[in-house]
Ligand binder design. Structure first.
Ligand code: RIB
Ligand code: CA
Length: 313
């Protein structure tokens, strides 16, 4: 089996960080062409540094890392330090990473990399606001046929929003970018809160990660221990949802997930419901389906996969 070419776009954030470690631990399955950072959980200067820190931790100095957009396409930036801490990956020993940041802008990397690829060759894995991906599509629409599929973390339907009653954070931060991406015409696999809220880092699952006696195991445990506290308090659950690694787990073991092919639209007009993912679950609008909406997960299988792969680094 040849490794699947992917580009990861992220806003680390502890859950993005764990996602990067999981991706880095799958070199046989995933050919990471590059990692692009976007402003989201914390400002861009921190998300790009955190992406470099995680590649350094994983020993993946081979992966080029690019900084992208420092703000959404239209709205002002919203960040989430209350969840992730001031550094974006509180719980980790912050230092200046040895891996350099690439000079090229992330949007230009996305355009150049995709334009030099065959049709339907590259899978995009966005786990933050969709600003970089949307800006690349607007700048060079010819990249769209080069995209195999877009496996993203974002949106909410039955679960409701985590940033407003109707909107999930990634989509709310840049709803206009999400509108561009969901309307681009390439297949989308959307890991919304409906599924990620079923992937809870329970005490038992966190303890299993803590038993990995390596730098990566200790770092992952410390980041998750910090990250979990906010959602445990908010939702009163045994552990917080682990959003972003679900995207990579889907690429590695799609059988862990259940999806429904539906139309998803993005609210960009109403301030009250801005960023809502309008999921036409029962096909009542007759809009052609554009998204494989992920609605269920084998959570035990997901954490088995995650724990086993983290132990490989
Ligand atoms: O709503 C959860 C999403 O927003 C995750 O991707 C988290 O990292 C933040 O970006
Ligand atoms: Ca994220």
């Amino acid at each position: 089996m040849t490794a699947k070419p992917i580009i990861i776009d992220c806003d680390p954030g502890q859950d993005d960080a764990i996602m990067l470690l999981l991706a880095a631990a799958a070199p046989a399955e995933l050919d990471i062409l590059g990692i692009t950072a976007v402003a989201g959980n914390v400002p861009l200067a921190l998300t790009e540094r955190n992406a470099r820190l995680m590649c350094e931790l994983a020993g993946r100095t081979d992966i080029p890392i690019f900084a992208g957009c420092s703000r959404p396409m239209v709205r002002d930036l919203i960040t989430a330090e209350e969840v992730h801490g001031r550094t974006g990956i509180d719980g980790y020993d912050i230092h200046e990473p040895a891996i350099p940041l690439q000079e090229k802008h992330a949007v230009d990397f996305l355009v150049d990399c995709l334009m030099s690829s065959e049709d339907q060759a590259v899978t995009l894995v966005p786990t933050g606001p969709l600003t970089n991906v949307a800006m690349a599509i607007v700048k060079e629409p010819r990249i769209v046929p080069k995209i195999n599929e877009i496996v993203l973390m974002g949106g909410a339907f039955r679960e409701g929003g985590n940033s407003t009653p109707s909107a999930e954070f990634n989509i709310l931060v840049d709803p206009h970018a999400a509108h561009v991406v969901f309307a681009c015409g390439r297949p989308i696999v959307a890991m919304g809160l409906d599924v990620t809220h079923k992937a809870l880092t329970t005490k038992q699952r966190l303890a299993a990660i803590g038993e990995i006696d390596t730098r990566v195991g200790r770092a992952a445990h410390a980041m998750l221990e910090f990250y979990d506290r906010h959602d445990i308090e908010k939702y009163g659950t045994d552990g917080g949802p682990l959003h972003d690694p679900c995207t990579i787990a889907y690429l590695l073991e799609p059988g862990l997930f259940k999806t429904k092919h539906v139309h998803v639209g993005i609210e960009i007009n109403s301030e009250q419901t801005m960023g809502e993912t309008t999921v036409d679950y029962w096909g009542v609008t007759k809009h052609a389906p554009n998204t494989h909406w992920v609605h269920d997960i084998d959570a035990e299988g997901f954490y088995r996969l995650l724990t086993e792969r983290l132990a490989r680094l």
